[in-house]
Design a protein around this ligand. Sequence first.
Ligand code: GLN
Length: 535
Amino acid sequence: MAKTKYIFVTGGVASSLGKGIISSSIGKLLQARGYHITIQKFDPYINIDPGTLNPYEHGECYVTIDGQETDLDLGHYERFTGIQTTKANNITTGRIYQSVIEKERRGDYLGKTIQVVPHITDEIKRNMLILGKKGNYDFIITEIGGTVGDIEGLPFLEAIRQLKWELGKDAVCVHLTYVPYLAAAGELKTKPTQHSVKELQSLGIQPDVLVLRAEHELSQNLRNKVAAFCNVDCDCVVQSLDLPSIYEVPIKMHEQELDTVILRKLNVEVAPAPDLAPWKNFLSKRYNATKELHIALVGKYDLQDAYKSILEALSQAGTYNDRKVKTHFVNSEKLTDDNVEELLKDMSGVVICPGFGQRGIEGKIIAARYCRENNKPTFGICLGMQMMVIEFARNVLGYEDANSREMDEKTPHNVIDIMEEQKNITHMGGTMRLGGYECIVDKDSRTYEAYNSTKIIERHRHRYEFNNDFKQEFIDNGMACVGINPESDLVEIVEVPSNTWYIGTQFHPEYSSTVLNPHPLFLSFIQASIGVEED
Ligand code: GLN
């Protein structure tokens, strides 16, 4: 297509309606028509990135291949489209202000008073257009975090108002709202939607398409009413009901022609039909996979979103192995020598989760020991891998005080240690080992069987590392170091080869598992867990 076109996705009435899923679904449908697309998210909060946020605040922190800590919606974008995102795909108010203030100090605006309008809004607009200017994309989908009416969202909406005006037919706004059902009246209520659209209109934005989240089917009458009150075409009011799988959303959106009306609004007269066959194939596999596989997640965050990518990677790998993965959260703070057997014995596989800080680590170490000694398929991810290493050092190498420098500064058996370049870090934000690093996989390993490749690139997010001073001792005693970073010689993957499947990765494979390309290590872990179930 000659010109890049822009689709803005805003939300109203309530948060958590699934703007990320709708944005991903629009992206998927356009991609399935053969277009080049990318999805970006603008978050109105003031943090530079979500890297320093507690998962309880904001769910999982997702990491892009180029090492940006981002909002978890970027994980949805990648899982749906298989297209990698980058630093430019997630911008926060903090980053906008940081860049404006840097320019001000540099003297770029000499003589001028710096104001929200036009300086902040211009910077937002510039960032919204950066990926489009590369000329690689037919469509850029831009999701705006938060809900219309939030004070901090105003500059972003003003930027959209201006861009819609400047780009004319090359920009549309899709607004997602909620239609509650009042049980006492037995009725669906559109008033909150009308108010939310009025709010947008009062900011000078006329939405082109409305996606209404609802728990009950919306009649044509009701849709016509919304269309009439909100100045949108009748076929531009689309419903989004709760579905058994988020991966069904693109199909349901296509059935209601969401992609078709967006293309019409963007003046794309002829568009190829979407090829949704691979996607539908995945869905039918998913629905046919009814046999359950029980996997424990040993972690400290009792909250779904904290381990979002791991949950998705497990469930995708389950689908491809004809299983419905049922995950059981095991709170590592409550895990003890006395209850570990009871909590884990019926599980077919165990994931020891990533994390930071002291809280809950002893439980992870107990889980690692139980799984190693009982030959349970076990997948340790990042901190989970570090806990596998510490457990092995304590119970096999005999170093009772083995620990990570993160938890115990003084231990002489710091089998997980801090790197030289990390020692003098003064700022917490964005300073970990982040993003994609190459790793060479030993051919004689279970990991190699999974990847079928000796050269892999995986994403990292951690400050501490396997301490190579102890490496030979680990190897001599039965823990193999099967993945090594060729530049730094750091250990990225450990295995216990005498077990069926006991693997720890310093990196986060879950970030790169997608619907149509499930991650080989998760596939292999699920296969090993099925093996247990069938024994
Ligand atoms: N806290 C550990 C580190 O910083 C592990 C981090 C993680 O699990 N992502 O090295």
